[in-house]
Design a protein. Structure first.
Length: 196
């Protein structure tokens, strides 16, 4: 992925960019060097969010911004609710605790504010976004993507139940096929704050 990113940047003649694989919680970023830190659906997977946000704050110049996109709670995200309903095939799938790393670890605005304040950020703004989410141009393409991404959910089912679960998913994707592709509702938070 990094090689691909570097190739694309070179192709587009973008010269003020570098790509690195690193753990944001502990990476020794230069101190007070950056104007903005951006993450799309990444920060909710931090094992120690206060350590990570503190490390990112240290890398920002005073007044520098952090901008995050995170998911709102599971129930408000039609896409994942639908995929889980099809692929769980009637089983109870355990949901991770709200403070453990997961897609929903930053879904509670009170927790978001308290983590960012503890890491030295101020002026936290949390704005709700509800946008259609695109899974592919047609149900076949979307099925290949979604069934691969959530393959772990059907692994424990016997072959007949697995077939029914995947058929349900296929049917659900077909119901969401629009002239703009396969679309589901989604709900995210756009979070912005600045370093003290
Ligand atoms: C759901 S993916 C989102 C990827 C991409 N930002 C996007 O929007 O398509 C979550 C990403 O968070 C990254 N991530 C999780 N914990 C991290 C950490 N401690 N430091 C850096 N990246 C982390 C993962 O490597 C993964 O790429």
């Amino acid at each position: 992925m990094l090689r691909l990113a570097r190739r694309r940047a070179a192709r587009e003649h973008v010269t003020n960019v570098t790509f690195e694989q690193a753990d944001a919680q502990i990476h020794p970023f230069p101190t007070a060097a950056f104007g903005v830190a951006v993450s799309r659906h990444g920060a909710m997977f931090f094992g120690d969010p206060v350590a990570a946000f503190t490390n990112l704050a240290r890398a920002l110049r005073p007044g520098g911004r952090i901008v995050l996109l995170t998911w709102q709670p599971f129930e408000r995200n039609e896409w994942l609710r639908a995929f889980f309903t099809c692929l769980a095939a009637g089983r109870e799938i355990p949901v991770p605790p709200s403070d453990a790393p997961s897609p929903f670890a930053l879904s509670d605005p009170t927790r978001i504010r308290s983590l960012l304040h503890a890491a030295g950020f101020s002026g936290v703004r949390v704005e709700g976004l509800a946008e259609p989410m695109y899974f592919g141009p047609d149900p076949d393409d979307a099925f290949r993507f979604v069934s691969a991404q959530h393959a772990g959910l059907v692994r424990g089912l016997d072959p007949a139940a697995q077939g029914r679960a995947l058929d349900d998913l296929r049917a659900d994707l077909a119901e969401h096929h629009t002239e703009r592709g396969v679309l589901y509702d989604s709900a995210a938070w756009l979070i912005q704050a600045h370093r003290d």
